[in-house]
Ligand binder design. Sequence first.
Ligand code: HEC
Length: 112
Amino acid sequence: MKGDFHMIARVFALGLALFLVGAPAVAQDRAALIAQGQLLFRGQGCYGCHIVGKVGTPIASDLSRVGGKYKEAYLLQWLKDPASQKPTAHMPKIAMTEADARALAAWLASLR
Ligand code: HEC
């Protein structure tokens, strides 16, 4: 019985240690992903139709607070295929890698 407790305590301590080591790394990855998404606003040509803050073109919606409007999963799906989220969408489907779409969605979701 006593052995069991020590075993459980050890597993718990190990899990806690891994969590404490891992958490900052995850937060850093997240920040890097968002920074990457911000670069893609130019890289993928989004600024040709949208505005975020003071950057862009006011042809389509201002995305400065779009993170408060939609969840990240919706934004990701929207980027992959606007028409899949809204059949009448007037935004063209823009070819991009899964990684780029994820970075853009993370950045958009952070705009509040
Ligand atoms: C050719 C112009 C054009 C480009 C380029 C473009 N969009 Fe759009 N986007 C639109 C239009 C038009 C809408 C409105 C669609 C609708 O609701 O019918 C829209 C809507 C959106 C929405 C939903 C906004 C809302 O409030 O509902 C998001 C998010 C978005 N675009 C992100 C992006 C991102 C990110 C890029 C770059 C990868 C991009 N767009 C590139 C024209 C464009």
